[in-house]
Design a protein around this ligand. Structure first.
Ligand code: 13P
Ligand code: SF4
Length: 317
């Protein structure tokens, strides 16, 4: 039996479901039941009928799935797959901000530890941050940890007073403006698509800025046939699969999240076989971090059971 066949068999035997982010390697995306960006995966994790969730992504994703589904078993193929940005804020600064501003909402990008979430008022992802911030009654917004996403949201919510935090995604932060301009000079008809975790100058030169799923959807709707994609290169698999007639280019130094690439088929098989690497979030942290996550799902209108898996292939979003 191949590794893929073994995974399929064990999934049935163990009543398990596989969720994967678009940044994990293509062969892992291929065996997933649900593939999506952070928002899609967090809402999909709620209401799944299977007892075990194998989360092919980094730890904040598995942590959020566990917090939202405390009675389920969440298995992480590689428990070392972490997100550097998830740690780039601290509870003490949040406490000081709350003292300084009466009318403050602490808005926490889902790319953060449960420890940060528990001190926050609401979570957001890159797909819903603008809508959620606009819906909040508070005028003052302390946005953690990502300064780039914060700036992108602040521009679209000028009625709010933003307080920025100095976190960033090392993968998107390092996408070079010069390399993007070079790619544009080589493909003048191409549209530039960027993730809001990218630096300001790169977002400014882009034709579209949005979440990973937003980028994928935009590429489908646009009449352009070529695109320069400024986000993690794992997304190429889905783009080429969905739109085989379109062309997708990345910057010469391809943006690669090493943590996402730690997820392999062998590790998925290993956790399915052994039940090892179970995600645990204990007592108070779990209860407190659950509130901002649930508020996100409520405000984004997504508190619903996951869509039924399509009969052929995987569900995506
Ligand atoms: P989205 O999945 O919200 O596009 O975020 C990108 C990312 O960096 C995930 O770690
Ligand atoms: Fe974190 Fe950036 Fe990797 Fe996403 S791409 S997991 S934000 S380091």
């Amino acid at each position: 039996m191949t590794v893929k066949e073994e995974i399929e068999q064990l999934k049935k035997e163990k009543n398990a479901v596989i969720l994967a982010h678009y940044y994990v390697p293509p062969e892992v995306q291929e065996i997933a039941d649900y593939i999506g960006d952070s928002y899609y995966l967090s809402k999909t994790a709620v209401g799944l009928k299977q007892q075990t969730i194998v989360f092919c992504g980094v730890s904040f994703m598995g942590e959020s799935a566990k917090i939202l589904n405390p009675d389920k078993t969440v298995l992480m193929p590689d428990p070392c797959a972490d997100c550097e940005m998830a740690h780039m804020a601290d509870a003490e600064t949040i406490r000081r901000m709350r003292e300084r501003y009466d009318d403050l909402a602490v808005v926490c990008y889902i790319n953060s530890t449960a420890e940060l979430k528990r001190h926050s008022d609401v979570c957001v992802t890159s797909a819903n941050a603008v809508d959620i911030v606009q819906a909040l009654p508070s005028r003052n917004i302390f946005f953690i940890p990502d300064r780039n996403l914060a700036r992108f949201v602040a521009e679209q919510a000028p009625e709010k007073n933003f307080i920025f935090n100095e976190g960033y995604c090392p993968v998107h932060e390092q996408i070079s403006l010069a390399e993007a301009e070079k790619a544009k000079a080589e493909h003048p008809g191409a549209e530039v698509l960027a993730h809001p975790e990218c630096p300001e100058a790169l977002c400014r030169m882009s034709d579209y800025v949005g979440s990973t799923s937003g980028i994928i959807k935009y590429a489908g709707k646009s009449s352009a046939e070529e695109f320069i994609v400024c986000t993690e290169s794992g997304v190429r698999y889905e783009l080429e699969k969905r739109y085989p007639r379109k062309r997708f280019y990345f910057t010469q130094t391809e943006p690669v999240c090493r943590d996402m690439k730690l997820i392999t088929l062998e590790k998925v098989l290993h956790v399915l076989k052994t039940g090892k690497n179970e995600m645990n979030v204990t007592g108070n942290v779990r209860e407190e971090a659950k509130k901002p996550l649930e508020r996100m799902l409520e405000l984004a209108g997504a508190k619903q059971t996951a869509e039924t898996k399509q009969t052929a292939g995987s569900a995506r979003g």
